[in-house]
Design a protein around this ligand. Structure first.
Ligand code: FMN
Length: 195
């Protein structure tokens, strides 16, 4: 079973990206392989022009199509998910998430927009025919502290929510594969966008 992590932050140094990496590491501990796609690494012109003939866009869409589960992470921008993430999701076919499990993650500046994932992103994921959208995980910047040398420190409440999300995803994948208890080769590699 394969998992694709999709990062929707335009920022190169990103709290959302760190949270996504943390989830990837947890999934690896469960023995699941994953690959990672940062939307900001796609060619901007092709992304904005919806140029699905572009090689990097083609590869990104193929990576989504090949995944059994997708973890989608976004910062909250202006009370919603980011524009670059929407530009990418708009390139997927109407049933682009059919049969897939989806775990949504978001980071925000405060608790004010903690429902953004549920009122803004979740309907889009369902419109793309996601099989099952798991309970989303929302963390504020204050709950995610980057410690130089030792990495991401999570507030206890977020740590539990992340753990619950990862376990739900792992259980869903095991149920999908019908091979509960199997172990998989762990592989964390970026999706190759350009030749
Ligand atoms: C353009 C912009 C808009 C933002 N809008 C909101 C918002 O509406 N609500 C909120 O809680 N945080 C908002 N924030 C704060 C970010 O969601 C927060 O800092 C987040 O952790 C940034 O993630 P990143 O480091 O991955 O970019 C905004 C930040 C930026 C740069």
């Amino acid at each position: 079973m394969s998992i694709l992590l999709i990062g929707g932050s335009p920022a190169a140094t990103s709290s959302t990206g760190r949270l996504l990496d943390h989830v990837g590491e947890k999934l690896a501990l469960h023995g699941h392989r994953y690959s990672k796609l940062q939307v900001r690494d796609l060619p901007p012109q092709a992304l904005l022009h919806a140029d699905t003939s572009d090689l990097a866009i083609k590869r990104a869409l193929a990576a989504v199509a090949a995944a059994d589960a997708v973890v989608i992470a976004t910062p909250v921008y202006k009370a919603s998910f980011t524009g670059i993430l929407k530009a990418f999701l708009d390139l997927l076919p109407q049933d682009g998430l059919a049969g897939k499990l989806v775990l949504p993650l978001a980071t925000g500046g405060s608790q004010s927009h903690m429902l953004a994932l549920d009122y803004a992103l979740r309907p889009v994921l369902h419109a793309l025919d996601a099989r099952h959208v798991l309970t989303s995980v929302y963390a504020t910047s204050q709950q995610l502290v980057w410690v130089e040398g030792s990495g991401l420190a999570l507030d206890q409440a977020i740590s539990w929510r992340v753990q619950a999300g990862v376990e739900a995803l792992a259980a869903g994948l095991n149920a999908l594969s019908g091979r509960i208890g199997d172990s998989y080769v762990v592989q964390a590699e970026p999706v190759r966008l350009a030749s």
